[in-house]
Structures are given as structure tokens and as C-alpha cells.
Design a protein around this ligand. Structure first.
Ligand code: ASP
Length: 325
């Protein structure tokens, strides 16, 4: 081995050792968890619970950064361009799999630009309306919407959001094109629903449960095929006029592509621990959801799920294209 090769090798080895040391010490400073929606909404609620619990395990603060806009794609684009050092992580939902079919061009690849850390939870959605909306049950809601389609307004969190997906499928199911009002998240949309500025929306139970129970908004149905234990009075859409209707919002935790495997594994272990945290389990239950099983909170399970979901939603979205904006 000549002198030059020896010194190149030595520098490379020092580099690897330095990197390994950084991984050993990880995390040595606060971690940012990007949520691609406004504060106060359902993704934010899940993210903050998780961040708090993971902070305890990782020994460093996990700070939530809300980066809403364009149905979650602005936040995703920012994370895709962030340093792959484990100090930026990303909590997104089903929208990570639907955006590629809804946008002609995204500045990132929803699958290959991310390391998957694990699945988090599956959340049912609810059809809800402002407190003084004229309809009182699904049959009345469907009749009212059909008769007043030019004036009924529908809130969502932008193209690519879960509320957008549910709304698109709902409009397709009732064959009625409605006026949509996009927000940076359904936290602010809920404020306008409470204020009566917008008529109705489809949103996760993690955002709607307390307002439903408090009698502040009207609730009509859940989007899952089976009823939701925490909202036992609500029928399913499937059984109340829209047979076959089914959407549940899954959440996944990601890091930018290239984040070292030992770091991804450490984050995944921390996610798994958080999903066993009694505080997280209890709050999830109050909000109509539960943590995924431990074997789904893994990089491999989320990778498989994400890619399958991207493929699953494409034909569905193409078919509903008429209701996509
Ligand atoms: N629930 C929202 C959605 O429709 C997002 C949010 O604000 O968390 O995707």
C-alpha cells in the first residue's frame, strides 16, 4: 500500500469513527418533529403526545414544529430536504400516500426521499357539521346537501389531506360537487365550524370527539366499517346510505432519506416504547383510537404499508378526479 492510499484510508476511517461516535451519542440535542398541519388539529394532537413520550425515553426534548399548507406537502418537502442526521423527524398520515396521485408534480418522492421509522396509529374519521346545521341525521344531511349543493361549504386541510380524501370520496358517493374551503389544518377548520363560518367536514376523531361530546358540533357518522367505541351513538357511513364507504387515517413516523440506520432503529425503539406508555394509550382511547401493535411500529412495516397505500389509492383517486379540488 503506498503512502497516499494509506493516508486516504486513515482519513476515511477517522471519518467513519467520528460518525459512529455521533450515532453512539445520539441524541445529544433536541429533535424537531415536523407536523405538516396547523397546531391544534388531529395530527398535531397525536404528534405532541408522541413527542412528549419519546422525549422521556430519548433524554432530549422532541420539539413539535407545525408546518401546514398544501395538504401536508409543504411540510413533507421541507423534511425531504432536511439534514439526515436524526434531528429532524416527521409525523404524517395517509396523505403521504395520496399526495403523489393528487399532485401533477411534487418536489419530493413520498417513498424514496424518506426513511421509515414505524406506524403509529389508525384513526377513524367522523362526518361533523356546525352546531346549527339544519340536518340531524345522515338521511337529512344527504337530502340537504343534494338540495342545497350550491351553498353548502365543506372544510378540509388542503389537497392531499385526510379530510380532503374523505371529502372527495364523500362527494363521489353522493355524486355532488360541493364548495370546499381549504385550511392549513383541521384545527383552524374546527374553529370556523364552531363559529358557524363553514358548514361541515370529515375529520379524525382525535379532533372531533371532545367537540361532539360537548355538544358543540353535530355528528352524523363514522367512516370506518365498524362503529367507534368512544362514540357509540354514531352509525357507520356504510350502514347509513353510503354502502362500501371506508376510510381510516393511518399515521407514520419518518426521517429524511439517508438518516443512519442505528439512529432510525433507536427512534423506532423509542416509538415502540411510547406506544406502550399508559398516558399515550389512555389519551388515544379517549380520542377514539389506539396505538398500532408493536410489530407495525417498525421501519419495515411502515415501508411496506406506505408503498402499498401509494399503489392502492392511485386508481381510487384517478376515478374520483372530478371531485378532487
Ligand atoms: N386532519 C387533517 C387532515 O385532514 C390534518 C390536521 O390538521 O391534522 O388531514
Amino acid at each position: 500500500m503506498n503512502k497516499f492510499v494509506r493516508s486516504v484510508l486513515a482519513v476515511a476511517l477517522i471519518g467513519v469513527a467520528g460518525f459512529a461516535q455521533a450515532e453512539d451519542k445520539y441524541p445529544s440535542k433536541p429533535i424537531t418533529m415536523v407536523i405538516p398541519f396547523a397546531a391544534g388539529g388531529p395530527t398535531d394532537t397525536v404528534g405532541r403526545l408522541l413527542a412528549q413520550s419519546m422525549s422521556k425515553d430519548l433524554g432530549q426534548q422532541v420539539i413539535v414544529e407545525n408546518l401546514g399548507g398544501a395538504g401536508g406537502t409543504l411540510g413533507a418537502a421541507k423534511v425531504a430536504r432536511s439534514p439526515a442526521d436524526g434531528y429532524t423527524i416527521f409525523l404524517h398520515h395517509i396523505g403521504q400516500s395520496t399526495a403523489p396521485s393528487l399532485y401533477r408534480k411534487l418536489s419530493y418522492n413520498a417513498s424514496s426521499d424518506f426513511e421509515t421509522i414505524g406506524l403509529v396509529t389508525d384513526v377513524p374519521m367522523t362526518i361533523v357539521a356546525r352546531g346549527n346545521f339544519p340536518a340531524n341525521n345522515m338521511a337529512e344531511l344527504l337530502a340537504y346537501i343534494k338540495a342545497n349543493k350550491d351553498k353548502v361549504t365543506y372544510a378540509n386541510a388542503g389537497i392531499g389531506s385526510a379530510s380532503h380524501l374523505c371529502g372527495m370520496l364523500f362527494q363521489q358517493a353522493v355524486a355532488t360537487d360541493l364548495t370546499t374551503v381549504p385550511y392549513k389544518g383541521t384545527g383552524p377548520a374546527m374553529n370556523d365550524l364552531l363559529g358557524g363560518q363553514v358548514d361541515f367536514m370529515c375529520d379524525q376523531t382525535t379532533n372531533t370527539t371532545s367537540q361532539i361530546k360537548g355538544g358543540k358540533i353535530k355528528a352524523f357518522a363514522v367512516t370506518t366499517k365498524t362503529p367507534v367505541a368512544s362514540l357509540p351513538n354514531l352509525p357507520t357511513l356504510d350502514k347509513s346510505g353510503l354502502p362500501g364507504f371506508e376510510v381510516a387515517v393511518w399515521h407514520g413516523l419518518y426521517a429524511p432519506k439517508g438518516t443512519p440506520k442505528p439512529i432510525v432503529d433507536k427512534l423506532s425503539k423509542s416509538l415502540q416504547l411510547s406506544l406502550k406508555d399508559p398516558t399515550v394509550i389512555a389519551r388515544f382511547a379517549e380520542l377514539g383510537t389506539e396505538p398500532v401493535s408493536q410489530d407495525r411500529a417498525t421501519p419495515a412495516a411502515l415501508r411496506k404499508h406506505l408503498d402499498a397505500e401509494i399503489a392502492r389509492w392511485k386508481p381510487v383517486i384517478d376515478k374520483a378526479a372530478q371531485y378532487a379540488d
